[in-house]
Write a protein that binds this ligand. Structure first.
Ligand SMILES: [Zn+2]
Length: 228
């Protein structure tokens, strides 16, 4: 680990804050193998330990997620940034290779390292504009909930709504998990590759299972009702 003396990210800060933060501005750069994580805790130095834990987790899981959603001919970014920002709202977001996490969320949920995995999955997805939102978030939560946290199928909530998969996140993740386990093994990787190659269409579901997306969702809901 070595320190870099320049903050390369653009952050909206007041003049007073900027003057005070000149000396403290630094990125902590962690490297393992070919992967580099640049950690920025200048706004919240008290969260440095949490940030280092998050950065090390990203280093450890980057190659695993790359392999899990690999696509022939695609090399995901192997350098990313984690910015912890002083904020009273929000949780986390990812733009390109920059993950931003809110201080309030970390302080209230210090054990929520799963969010780092979710955002890291977005960095590795590296999808082009126009990607199907619910699939993008569903895959990120599949990586987080199914693979990283080891959550079992029956613990995923199933909203019995028409097209409920459009809720994305762990709802879509549970649906993808169910498909992977039975009707469409490999669908997560297949969907991921189709989005990366700008070829995503709901038809992928039909091609893999013989059933349309909505038919599959209905079956998923029916099975869930039967279990209750
Ligand atoms: Zn997300």
């Amino acid at each position: 680990m070595h320190l870099l003396n320049r903050m390369t990210l653009c952050v909206m800060i007041t003049a007073t804050t900027a003057l005070q933060s000149v000396e403290a501005d630094e990125l902590i750069s962690l490297k393992y193998g070919e992967v580099v994580v640049n950690l920025d805790v200048n706004q919240v130095p008290e969260l440095k330990d949490w940030g280092i834990k998050a950065a090390n987790l990203a280093l450890e899981w980057h190659p695993r997620i790359c392999n899990l959603i690999s696509t022939k001919g695609v090399a995901p970014a192997n350098e990313l940034s984690i910015r912890l920002i002083e904020s009273e709202e929000g949780i986390a977001s990812t733009q390109g290779t920059v993950i931003t996490i809110s201080s309030r969320w970390i302080k209230n949920h210090p054990d929520d390292l799963g969010l780092v995995i979710h955002e890291l999955a977005h960095v590795i997805q590296g999808y082009p504009e126009g990607n199907p939102w619910w699939v993008t978030e569903g895959i990120a939560d599949y990586v987080r909930n199914v693979v990283f946290e080891g959550k079992s199928q029956q613990l995923f909530a199933v909203p019995l709504d028409e097209k409920g998969y459009l809720q994305g996140y762990n709802t879509a993740a549970g649906f993808l998990f169910w498909l992977e386990s039975d009707l469409a093994p490999g669908i997560v990787r297949r969907l991921n590759t189709s989005i990366r190659n700008r070829k995503y269409s709901d038809v992928v579901f039909k091609e893999l299972t013989g059933q349309s997306l909505d038919e599959l969702w209905d079956t998923y809901c029916q099975e869930n009702i039967t279990k209750r």
